[in-house]
Design a protein around this ligand. Structure first.
Ligand code: UDP
Length: 342
C-alpha cells in the first residue's frame, strides 16, 4: 500500500484545496474526488500553479458508491481526508433531508470502502459547532458536546460518532476528527481561496465582498452580547494553518504514532476575537475603510466560542502561526484576484 497516497474528497473546495497544497508540499501523492457542488475547477489550476504538480482528479459524487469504488479500485492510498459535505447552516434548517442524505451517505460510503479495500487512515472534517453555547471557555476536546442546533451541526456530531464506532469495531482502521473553529483567509499566492456562491453567510467573505463593492454594507449581527464590546467572539484560524493540521494528523497515522484508534483535536488559534475587532483588523491590515452597520442578532449564533488547543499543540506538535492581520491581507488579496478575473 502506498503510505504516501492520500485521497482527498472535496479537494477542490476551500479547505480541501489548501490542504492538497500542503500535502503535496509534504511529499504526499494526492487523489482528489469532487463533484463541484460548491467548488470550481479553477481551484485545481491554482493548486497546479502553486505546487507545480497536477494532482489526480476524479469528478464524482461521494454519495455514488460505485463511482467512489472505482477510485478505490484504481488508485493506491493509505489515507483519506473527507471534506466533501454541504456546509450552509441556514439551508440545512430549510432542507434537512438533503443534508442528512449528502453528508452522512457520502461519509458512510467512504468509511465502508476504506474497510473493504484495507485503507486504514481517515481524517474527518468536524467543527466547533459541536460545542454549541459552551458554559466554560475556552473549550477543550473534553467539553461536553451540546445538542446540535441545526441539521448541519447534527451531521458533524453524527459522523463523529459513526467514525468512533466504526474504528472501534475494526482494528485495521484509525480516525482523527479535527474540530475546526472559524477558517478564514486564503493562500498567500492568492491563487486559491474561498469562493462562496451567492450572498456569503460567513463574516470574512462578506467583509471582502463589501470592501470590493459587491455588497453595499456589512451588517454586524448584534452589539448587545455579554462580551467586552457587545459583539460575538470567535476563534478565526488561518486557512493555511488549518491545512497544515491535516498534514500532521495524516503523518501521525501513517507513522503509527497513535495508540488510540480514534482521536479528536481542536484546530483554532486559542484566542477570541470579536466581530468589531475583526472588522478593525481588516481595515488596518488593508488600509481601507469598510461600510458597516450594527444589525439585530442572527438567530442561532452563540455568544462566544474559542479553542483550548493544548491537545493539538502537545500531541500533534501543531499550532497556529499566522497572525490575524496577515491572514486578513490574504483574504483581501484573494478577493481582488477573483474580481480581476471576472
Ligand atoms: N457575522 C456578522 N455579519 C455577517 C456574518 C457574520 O456579524 O454578515 C458574525 C456572526 O454573527 C458571528 C461571526 O460573525 O458572530 C462569525 O460568523 P460566521 O458565519 O462567519 O461563522 P460562525 O461562527 O457562525 O460559524
Amino acid at each position: 500500500m502506498n503510505k504516501k497516497g492520500v485521497l482527498v474528497t472535496g479537494g477542490a473546495g476551500y479547505i480541501g484545496s489548501h490542504t492538497v497544497v500542503e500535502l503535496i508540499g509534504a511529499g504526499y501523492e494526492v487523489v482528489i474526488v469532487d463533484n463541484f457542488s460548491n467548488s470550481d475547477a479553477s481551484s485545481l489550476d491554482g493548486i497546479a500553479k502553486i505546487t507545480g504538480t497536477k494532482p489526480i482528479f476524479v469528478e464524482a459524487d461521494c454519495c455514488d458508491k460505485e463511482a467512489l469504488r472505482e477510485v478505490f479500485e484504481h488508485y493506491d492510498f493509505s489515507s483519506v481526508i473527507h471534506f466533501a459535505a454541504y456546509k450552509a447552516v441556514g439551508e440545512s434548517v430549510a432542507e434537512p433531508a438533503k443534508y442528512y442524505r449528502n453528508n452522512l451517505l457520502s461519509f458512510l460510503n467512504v468509511v465502508e470502502l476504506m474497510k473493504e479495500y484495507h485503507r486504514p487512515n481517515i481524517v474527518f472534517s468536524s467543527s466547533a459547532t459541536v460545542y454549541g453555547d459552551a458554559e466554560v471557555l475556552p473549550v477543550t476536546e473534553l467539553t461536553p458536546r451540546k445538542p446540535a442546533t441545526s441539521p448541519y451541526g447534527n451531521t458533524k456530531q453524527m459522523a463523529e460518532d459513526i467514525l468512533r464506532d466504526i474504528v472501534s469495531a475494526n482494528n485495521e482502521l484509525r480516525g482523527i476528527a479535527l474540530r475546526y473553529f472559524n477558517p478564514i483567509g486564503a493562500h498567500p499566492s492568492a491563487l486559491i481561496g474561498e469562493l462562496p456562491r451567492g450572498v456569503p453567510n460567513n463574516l470574512v467573505p462578506y467583509i471582502t465582498q463589501t470592501a470590493a463593492g459587491v455588497r453595499e454594507c456589512l451588517s454586524i449581527f448584534g452589539d448587545d452580547y455579554p462580551t467586552p464590546d457587545g459583539s460575538c467572539l470567535r476563534d478565526y484560524i488561518d486557512i493555511v494553518d488549518l491545512a497544515r493540521a491535516h498534514v500532521v494528523a495524516i503523518n501521525r497515522m501513517v507513522e503509527g504514532k497513535s495508540e488510540e484508534c480514534y482521536e479528536v483535536f481542536n484546530i483554532g488559534t486559542g484566542s477570541p476575537v470579536s466581530v468589531f475587532e475583526l472588522v478593525q483588523g481588516f481595515e488596518r491590515a488593508n488600509n481601507l475603510k469598510l461600510n458597516y452597520k450594527v444589525a439585530a442578532r442572527r438567530a442561532g449564533d452563540v455568544t462566544a466560542v474559542w479553542a483550548d488547543t493544548t491537545r493539538a499543540n502537545e500531541i500533534l506538535g501543531w499550532c497556529a502561526e499566522r497572525n490575524l492581520e496577515d491572514t486578513l491581507r490574504t483574504a483581501w488579496a484573494w478577493e481582488c484576484n477573483v474580481r480581476k478575473e471576472k
